[in-house]
Design a protein around this ligand. Structure first.
Ligand code: UT7
Length: 333
């Protein structure tokens, strides 16, 4: 039996920082309001000429370097993004692959918004366990600033840019294996969080002179409530299905959307403060990049050790959701 092991993590945050004070000069808001309602203090914003794939490449280079696996042995690249370099094609994954010097490997994008990283983890696991691939590079990368309406105070305070990447590889050692990944979706809630224009659902002639054609729109308060409910249910289900108690989880790494959401979920699940990973104050919500960026912070702070169990939990536009039980299994101990 072949299993899939989570070997390494890497991330990249662009240099420019957008603070709450900066935003208060752009829309009718304050540092106090943003901090109290979201926990966010600042977010990183990509340079004008810096693309989603540029950020993905930087995160991927770190992940490959830390994996101990030769770049030439990577046989698939998957990117989760809702802010791709190009609207239809080529995919951001093929662009990343090209920039990394991996010319002919299978490469494709998936669209599952903030749940994207959990979705690509499940795809990597399935390809490896079926024997079709051996070493899969997965990347969550977002330039959300390019689809954010900086005149809408309800959304522009939330989002930031960045990328995170991981190498998943085949192992025969069951102790190293990703234990389980759950994913789900319900299109009935599509209008809670969407970019309503720019696709075939909104013909281009209706968009003439429409500056905000591809910007995100959100019913924040409704989304908040569904997020807390769904994230909590996800965790209960994956732990119960695998007969694992919460105290076996070393790092709970939820999607970083809002500190109040994370705290509400942590409280509902009676988690200890030290189990819960929080990076939303410094990165804001980076959608598909948020979980690997948070994980990378734990790693770079020296707090992610071989064998430690991570519990990932995500929720996003679609609606989509997902959770994963993942031991950290580096080749280099
Ligand atoms: O990653 C995918 C999932 N995304 C999420 O999970 C995001 C979920 N939603 C949220 O994080 C929160 O709903 C927000 C932070 C977006 C909003 O917080 P809220 O506590 O739900 O506020 P609200 O939308 O109910 O608005 C309360 C008031 C309103 O004013 P009135 O109608 O009471 O006079 C808003 O107009 O706050 C106002 N408001 C603001 N005031 C100052 C909304 N945005 C702002 C702002 N600054 N930036």
């Amino acid at each position: 039996m072949v299993y899939a092991a989570f070997r390494s993590i890497g991330a990249y945050a662009p240099e420019k920082i957008l603070t709450n004070e900066d935003l208060s000069l752009m829309v009718d808001t304050t540092d106090e309001w943003i901090t109290k309602r979201t926990g966010i203090k600042e977010r990183h914003i990509a340079a004008e000429n810096e693309t989603t794939s540029d950020m993905g490449v930087k995160a991927a280079q770190l992940a490959i370097e830390r994996s101990g696996i030769a770049k030439s042995d990577i046989d698939m690249v998957i990117c989760a993004t809702i802010s791709p370099d190009y609207f239809c094609m080529p995919s951001t994954a093929t662009t990343i692959s090209h920039k990394l010097g991996l010319p002919t490997v299978t490469a494709f994008d998936i669209s599952a918004a903030c749940t994207g990283f959990v979705y690509i983890l499940s795809i990597a696991k399935a390809f490896i366990e079926s024997g079709m691939k051996k070493n899969v590079l997965i990347i969550g990368a977002e330039k959300l600033s390019s689809i954010t309406d900086y005149t809408d105070r309800g959304t522009c305070i939330l989002f930031g840019d960045g990328a995170g990447a991981a190498v998943i590889s085949a192992t025969k050692n069951k102790e190293e294996a990703i234990i389980d990944v759950h994913t789900g979706a319900d299109g009935a809630y599509a209008d809670l969080l969407m970019t309503p224009n720019g696709g075939t659902g909104s013909p281009h002639d209706a968009l003439e002179n429409e500056a905000s054609s591809c910007f995100m729109q959100m019913k924040g308060n409704e989304t908040f409530k569904v997020a807390v409910r769904t994230l909590t249910k996800d965790v209960k289900e994956i732990l119960a299905d695998n007969d694992i108690e919460m105290d076996k989880v070393k790092h709970f790494i939820p999607h970083q959307a809002n500190l109040r959401i994370i705290k509400a979920v942590g409280d509902a699940l009676k988690m200890k403060e030290e189990q819960v990973v929080i990076t939303v104050p410094k990165y804001g919500n980076t959608s598909g990049a948020s979980i690997p960026m948070a994980m990378n912070d734990v790693y770079e702070n020296g707090n992610l050790k071989s064998g430690e169990l991570m519990l990932l939990d995500a929720f996003g536009g679609g609606l989509t959701w997902g959770s994963a039980l993942v031991p950290f299994s580096p080749l280099k101990k």
